[in-house]
Design a protein around this ligand. Structure first.
Ligand SMILES: *Cc1c(COP(=O)(O)O)cnc(C)c1O
Length: 386
């Protein structure tokens, strides 16, 4: 089997510097909130052109923390796609709120702004839930239609969160998602475009007060500078708890790994785009290849094609030693824990896509001969089976 994602090629490229960075943390003893955490946060803010960046333990925590900071809770509605990884919608019930599922566009699989507008209006008209926020997802690495989604969110007075777990580094008209969103979150799960050697996540935001609240919530609601203004506390403010928070810290070792990986990330995004272009040139006449939004640059977390005979093609490729994956075979609104949440307007595009999508091997180190082997195997199957 050829690898679906080749993390070892990247490790070899980074070489001794990566191992030295890990060993430095091991020898330092600063395993939690060591100096690499602050360095990483500064580097992430610079890369994502964000006023503030906060590291945390996972992409899931990165979604829960801003919902907590915004006071989203029981009786509140947060609008999101159903065609996404579970964590996008899981964040809402974790704070007592309800996800409201909205359909996606058939060309990009990202939130459909017109359907979002209608869904918000329907929830408001029904009057049972209070509309609070929208979570747009940069599915498979490409930016959602932020100008349209942000204008709908603004019109209805809702906060906009960009779930960029798959899309950190993507741009639209040269801007990162945070240009339009109040908050952008990401995940450093190893298989994401920017992955650590374990779990990790980050929250980027514009508002200093929101960032302050995130800093507090990440460590058990501990007092932060803005809490202490105009008052004195003679002990470590770590032990002055201002609100209910949790432990959502990133390990220092993961920050050290990510600092090394960030040095080659822009170059890797270019390499991913070369791989995507070669797939499109080789496959565009036999299967449906991805379409990126006008003005968008994808980081290609996944390269997802569509065919009528998805399962037949996947079986053929497996027999040829070529792995594939289906993201996502069962949309969230069809899964038992999520089936009871509202889905005004229905989700026909999501349902159809789930039957047809197939992700091909995609990573920055996919060489031309291997990629040509994948392309030929797909072409042969499609030709043989009409
Ligand atoms: C991976 C992912 C997450 C969650 O990230 P974890 O780090 O695994 O918690 C959230 N949203 C989307 C769209 C993802 O792909």
């Amino acid at each position: 089997m050829i690898p679906f994602i080749d993390l070892q090629a990247q490790r070899q490229r980074l070489g001794q510097a990566l191992e030295d960075a890990i060993l430095k943390v091991v020898r330092s003893g600063a395993y939690v909130m060591g100096p690499e955490i602050g360095e990483l946060e500064a580097a992430l803010a610079a890369f994502g052109r964000a006023p503030h960046a906060l590291s945390c333990g996972s992409g899931t925590e990165a979604l829960v923390l801003p919902l907590m900071a915004m006071g989203v809770g029981p009786g509140d509605a947060v609008f999101c796609p159903s065609f996404t990884f579970a964590a996008t919608a899981e964040a809402m019930p974790l704070v007592g709120a309800s996800p409201v599922f909205v359909d996606v566009r058939p060309d990009t699989y990202n939130l459909d702004a017109a359907k979002l507008d209608a869904a918000i209006a329907a929830v408001k008209a029904e009057g049972k839930l209070t509309a609070r926020a929208v979570i747009a997802v940069d599915l498979f690495g490409q930016p959602a239609d932020y100008p349209a989604i942000a204008s709908v969110a603004r019109k209805h007075g809702l906060a906009l969160i960009a779930d960029s777990a798959q899309g950190f580094g993507c741009t639209l008209d040269g801007e990162h998602p945070l240009h339009w969103a109040d908050v952008a979150t990401t995940s450093f799960f190893p298989a994401k475009p920017l992955g650590a050697y374990g779990d990790g996540g980050a929250v980027l935001c514009k508002d200093a007060r929101l960032h302050d609240l995130l800093v507090s919530l990440r460590v058990h609601g501990q007092a932060v500078a803005s809490d202490l203004e105009g008052r004195t506390f003679d002990h470590d403010p770590k032990y002055l708890n201002m609100r209910i928070g949790m432990n959502a810290r990133m390990d220092t070792i993961q920050a050290a790994v990510l600092l090394q990986k960030l040095t080659i990330f822009a170059d890797e995004i270019e390499a991913r785009n070369r791989v995507a272009a070669r797939y499109a040139a080789g496959l565009g006449d036999v299967v449906r290849v991805p379409r990126v939004i006008d003005g968008g640059v994808s980081v290609w977390a996944q390269y997802v094609i569509e065919t009528d005979d998805r399962d037949g093609l996947a079986g053929h490729l497996r027999a040829e030693g070529i792995p594939t994956a289906v993201y996502y075979p069962v949309p969230l609104h069809r899964q038992a824990p999520y089936a009871g949440f509202p889905q005004p307007g229905g989700l026909p595009v999501t349902e159809a896509a789930a039957q047809r999508v197939l992700a091909l091997p995609m990573h920055p180190y996919l060489d031309v001969p291997t990629q040509d082997r994948i392309v030929s195997a797909i072409r042969n199957y499609v030709k043989r089976n009409g």
